[in-house]
Design a protein around this ligand. Structure first.
Ligand code: UFG
Length: 324
């Protein structure tokens, strides 16, 4: 397949580029490099620098090559930032997708694989969420992604367009090459923060809340290795190329680990200085994916474990701590 990866210079986008290449596909990247890194894009991959909110930028790329599938990763994704800057989040995430879809329809590109998030579920009513569980996002980030999902759905109803939408749970880890990973700027996520504390790159890990109704009082999340996630995109694109019908899938491991269990797993490798702090606003107690639909329909499941996630991120963070 010939695939255009929009946002392919970012964390998850670049991992997907690596997996698409490993599976023998032709790949190009479009990215505005606002948060992405030019050096995350392998040298043999054409990089179009442009902004999907500008239709002329997208048309230029779609005129240059005929793509079988477009994958979209060009989103803003930091929850607290979205609360402060809702207009930015809607403009970047929703207007970006609207413009991209308009250009795809105009140029007759028929397939899109879209990155969505478990944040569309908000405070879930069940601890294990299925694709049809109740959705009520509790922040502009989740709302903007749900709006994109609906926009894609209605566009596919009206035009010759097929889609796979993936709702990610907690993504972490780094490619085995250690060439790409989550950058050190603006780290807020549990696993990289814990590892930075273990490496002495920050004073300590603060675990937000120890009085939740869970086995040890800390929040429980479903962690997925970025490489397993990237492989799901290759599988999803192939599914569309084989005539699979448009659908939405949770991507997670279907296993839950508490924040304390994550810290304890990291301490198998290095001691983690940590303390408990107050709850963080907007954190659901438990969020675990029912990922059985992706297994049943796409034949996809995770292979890498929490330890694999931690050891790969640890290796990546050690590597980049010595750079620059
Ligand atoms: N946590 C800490 N200390 C930290 C950072 C996080 O205790 O320094 C805790 C959080 O309170 C939470 C858990 O670790 O209980 C996981 O938090 P993350 O920030 O790593 O991830 P979230 O579950 O908040 O969010 C992730 C993605 C979002 C996505 C959401 C959907 O980052 O983009 O999953 O579930 F929307």
């Amino acid at each position: 397949m010939n695939v255009l990866v929009v946002g392919g210079a970012g964390y998850i986008g670049s991992h997907t580029v690596y997996e698409l290449l490993r599976a023998g596909n032709q790949v190009s990247v479009m990215d505005n490099l606002s948060t992405g890194e030019r050096f995350f894009v392998p040298k043999q991959v054409p990089l179009y620098i442009g902004d999907i909110r500008k239709k002329e930028d997208v048309l230029k790329v779609l005129d240059d090559q005929k793509f079988d599938v477009v994958m979209h990763f060009a989103a803003k994704l930091i929850v607290p930032e979205s609360v402060k800057k809702p207009l930015d989040y809607y403009h970047n995430n929703v207007e970006g997708v609207r413009t991209l879809l308009e250009a795809m329809v105009e140029k007759n590109v028929k397939n899109i694989v879209f990155s969505s998030t478990a944040a569309v579920y908000g405070e879930p009513t069940e601890s294990v969420v299925k694709e049809d569980s109740f959705k009520e996002p509790i922040n502009p980030y989740g709302e903007s992604k749900l709006a994109c999902e609906k926009l894609i759905h209605w566009t596919a109803q009206a035009h010759d367009l097929n889609y796979v939408i993936f709702r990610y749970f907690n993504v972490a880890g780094a490619d085995s090459s250690l060439e790409i990973g989550l950058k050190k700027q603006q780290l807020t996520h549990l696993i990289p923060v814990t590892i930075e504390a273990a490496l002495g790159l920050r004073k300590e890990l603060v675990i937000f809340g120890d009085d939740y109704e869970t086995k040890d009082g800390t929040n429980i999340r479903d962690y997925i290795h970025v490489t397993d996630l990237a492989i799901a995109h290759v599988v999803g694109a192939k599914y569309l190329m084989d005539g699979g019908k448009s659908d939405i899938f949770n991507l997670g491991s279907a296993k839950g680990y508490s924040n304390l269990e994550v810290a304890n797993t990291v301490s198998k490798f290095l001691p983690v200085p940590f303390r408990f702090g107050p709850r963080r606003e907007g954190d659901p107690a438990i969020l675990i994916a029912d990922a059985s639909k992706a297994k049943r329909v796409l034949g996809w499941q995770t292979f890498l474990t929490l330890e694999d996630i931690i050891t790969s991120d640890l290796a990546y963070r050690e590597k980049i701590s010595k750079e620059r």
